[in-house]
Design a binder for this molecule. Structure first.
Ligand code: NAD
Ligand code: ZN
Length: 389
């Protein structure tokens, strides 16, 4: 079959690879009908994620039709149409039992590798390096779905793929980001990053009762989407001083809730290789722009900082003294996608939201390598790429 594969920094190819097979009796195989490129894929594309190997199949935002099920799969049948969460979860460990699906204890067969770095291992993720399980991803014609009874959600209505596909990641991710921000009545919510995750964080902030939403980016079409579709007030971070603007917009108090929907690749931070990181950690001061540092500085005293943006390694150099003395709450993590599937599908079915608004490019799988480049460089008004194999 054809699949998009990783071959090193900024080198994604379309390759012929073996079709996936059932490995465990709880697996299913799906034939992909739609699959998206995520901002998280850019961390792999740019070579920031340890544990990638040449030929790894990319992709963690897939949906499709079940074509085979293992002998122990109970909830899915051949022919079912499903969206597959990027988080792989066993459904029976302590963490899954507490609705903490992205922290599943059993789904990363390479847990030792992750534990060495982090002390513990989070869940395995589809198409996201050997450190997080080494699972082949869904930017391909077929995908093996582990723990098929726990993750995939069946789509029984005739909603098109474009409207339900983002249940796999970015809609739940934006929603959990807003939930983690602990939004209360009359709150002003500031969202850094108007990529797909930021856009869904904006939508979700309104759903959870925000009074004002302020969106920050530098890409014109993304800021326009935040303003026109997201009803947000906007700040262009290269044209304006973000701290000064936020203070003047909030009577110097600062936004009550801050969401970092940017992560490790923040523009202007010059993300580093591991050797550079070690050098940087030795430095006390770091005045390069950095979303987390900026959000900590801007957030009102006693406010909440929610971080859906993905951080890798120790590239952040956080002013923890400010966090402590301003009594900030920080909440973060990979999304517990399974937790949000049913409630968010309901919102789509009820017409409360049509997630397809973020799609800027719909192409074939063979256009994937070019699309990675376009999406990475934020060219051609690219906001979200959906591919159909
Ligand atoms: P994206 O790359 O399309 O969007 C990032 C946006 O941030 C861009 O529009 C960019 O211009 C903007 N940006 C860069 N520097 C900035 C700065 N200094 N201030 C304000 N904005 C800035 O990516 P995306 O798909 O929207 O994903 C965003 C982040 O969310 C990524 O880090 C991704 O890995 C992460 N993510 C996390 C989860 C999760 O489970 N927690 C899931 C999906 C994605
Ligand atoms: Zn993603």
């Amino acid at each position: 079959m054809r699949a998009l594969t990783w071959h090193g920094e900024q080198d994604v190819r379309i390759d012929e690879v073996p079709e996936p097979e059932i490995v465990n009796p709880t697996d299913a195989i799906i034939e992909i009908t739609a699959t998206a490129i995520c901002g998280s894929d850019l961390h792999l594309y740019n070579g920031y994620m340890p544990g990638m190997r040449e030929g790894d199949v990319l992709g963690h935002e897939p949906m499709g039709e079940v074509v085979e099920v293992g002998s122990e799969v109970e909830t899915l049948e051949v022919g079912d149409r499903v969206v597959v969460p990027f988080t792989i979860s066993c459904g029976s460990c302590w963490f899954c039992g507490h609705d903490l699906y992205s922290l599943c204890d059993n789904s990363n067969p390479n847990a030792e590798m992750a534990s060495e770095v982090m002390g513990h291992s989070p869940a395995g993720l589809l198409g996201f390096s050997h450190m997080l399980g080494g699972y082949a991803g869904g930017q391909a014609e077929y995908l093996r779905v582990p723990y098929a009874d726990v993750g995939p959600i069946k789509i029984e209505s005739d909603l098109p793929d474009e409207q339900v596909l983002f249940l796999s990641d970015i809609f739940p991710t934006g929603f959990m980001a807003a939930e983690n921000a602990e939004i209360e009545e009359n709150d002003t919510v500031a969202v850094w990053g108007c990529g797909p995750v930021g856009q869904f964080a904006i939508q979700s902030a309104w759903m959870l009762g925000a009074d004002r939403v302020i969106a920050i980016d530098r890409i014109p079409e993304r800021l326009e989407m935040a303003r026109d579709h997201g009803d947000a007030e906007i700040i262009h971070f290269e044209e304006d001083d973000v701290y000064d603007r936020l203070m003047s917009m909030t009577g110097n108090r600062g936004p009550d809730r801050c969401i970092d929907a940017v992560g490790t690749e923040a523009h202007g931070t010059g993300v580093m290789g591991l050797a550079d990181q070690v050098k940087q950690e030795a430095r006390l001061e770091d005045d390069r722009p950095h979303v987390l540092r900026q959000a900590i500085k801007c957030c009102r005293k006693g406010g909440t900082l929610s971080v859906p943006g993905v951080y890798i390694g120790r590239s952040d150099n956080l002013p923890f003294g400010s966090v402590m003395n301003k009594a900030l709450t920080i909440k973060t993590g990979q999304t517990h996608v399974q937790r949000y599937l049913n409630p968010l599908l309901e919102k789509i079915e009820d017409g409360e939201i049509d997630p397809s608004f973020v799609i800027s490019h719909q192409v074939g799988l063979e256009d994937g390598p070019e699309m990675y480049e376009t999406f990475n460089n934020k060219e051609d008004d690219c906001i979200k790429v959906v591919m159909t194999p």
